[in-house]
Design a binder for this molecule. Structure first.
Ligand code: C2E
Ligand code: CA
Ligand code: CA
Ligand code: CA
Length: 281
């Protein structure tokens, strides 16, 4: 609308107004969704390629909207972050994840699984996050070592000191940390030396197509050797083909692989069935 010359201003103004209205409507919808339990977590396996064992699952939020059906996170996470709704939503994700872990704890075949949970910068920076997490662990009896928190480096942008203290406190309980979307930001390397990170997660954009010898392979192998030398584990996301799995898993010894090749994000029951079917659970 901006390019429409003299009248452009009005168009642009309209657009802005419409999008502000849309944003407010979405925020109101998210509030309802949370109250009426329309969110659910789908689980996607993270596989130890050497043993073919499912070692962990990433929890990915889904919105089962009464009218629109399943709404994907890219349609609402951004607005949830801008409006602050991500904080109560994220708390729900943490509660639900620990409820799952508490149940797995009673089932020997599933009790060793790790659940990897996305925590947005805004939620992690909120003053209550550590206390809330401790409270959830206490109420559910979940061993914090079973919880992995995925953070992106945006978490370091605003309050690096505060974030680093919060990470250390959780790490003391046994929580582990994975640095998500690694390589897509600006100064990942400086964070690595100051933060108690356990794992690097190679972004899908570097993984796709490495089987065809694209530049992404260089980034993947560099990340894997960086992780090795820092004594971190490494997981690759977005593995879709046998060729990618072979290169990353067999040739370059990436610890964990995640992607459609091993399973799409799926309802919890399906994930559990998959674990029970697979070689060593
Ligand atoms: P992410 O953390 O980078 O999650 C990985 C995304 O890649 C997921 O998209 C997953 O479904 C998708 N994916 C996994 N394997 C493959 C593959 O082999 N091929 C392709 N093409 N895609 C694959 P999803 O579930 O749509 O989530 C999108 C983003 O939304 C996530 O990106 C994450 O940033 C955010 N998100 C999802 N759940 C939560 C949550 O509970 N809390 C927060 N704060 N953010 C979340
Ligand atoms: Ca993630
Ligand atoms: Ca990711
Ligand atoms: Ca990603």
């Amino acid at each position: 609308a901006k390019q429409s010359g003299g009248d452009g201003f009005h168009f642009f103004d309209d657009d802005l107004e419409r999008s502000a209205v849309a944003a407010a409507a979405l925020e109101a919808d998210l509030r309802v969704a949370l109250a009426e339990r329309q969110f659910t977590l789908h689980l996607q396996p993270q596989v130890d390629f050497a043993t073919q064992e499912i070692q962990a699952a990433e929890a990915l939020i889904r919105w089962n909207h009464p009218v629109r059906g399943f709404v994907q996170p890219n349609e609402f996470i951004g607005q949830a972050e801008r409006s602050g709704m991500i904080v109560p939503m994220g708390l729900w994700v943490l509660e639900e994840s620990c409820a799952i872990l508490a149940d797995w704890k009673t089932r020997p075949e599933l009790s060793r699984l790790v659940l990897s949970v996305n925590v947005s910068a805004r939620q992690f920076q909120s003053d209550d996050f550590v206390a809330q997490a401790m409270d959830v662990f206490r109420r559910t009896g979940v061993d914090p070592r079973r919880l992995k928190i995925e953070l992106t480096e945006s978490v370091m942008a605003d309050h690096p000191q505060k974030v680093s203290v919060a990470m250390s406190q959780l790490k003391e309980l046994g929580v582990t940390f994975s640095l998500d979307d690694f390589g897509t930001g600006y100064s990942s390397l400086s964070y690595l030396s100051t933060l108690p990170i356990d794992q690097l997660k190679i972004d899908r954009s570097f993984v796709s197509g490495i089987g065809q010898g694209a530049r992404g392979l260089l980034i993947c192998t560099a990340t894997i050797s960086l992780a090795r030398s820092l004594n971190l584990t490494v997981v690759a996301e977005g593995v879709e083909t046998e060729a990618e799995a072979h290169l990353l898993g067999d040739v370059h010894r990436c610890d964990l692989l995640q992607g459609y090749l091993f399973g799409r994000p799926m309802p919890r029951q399906d994930f559990e069935a998959l674990c029970l079917r697979s070689p060593k659970g």
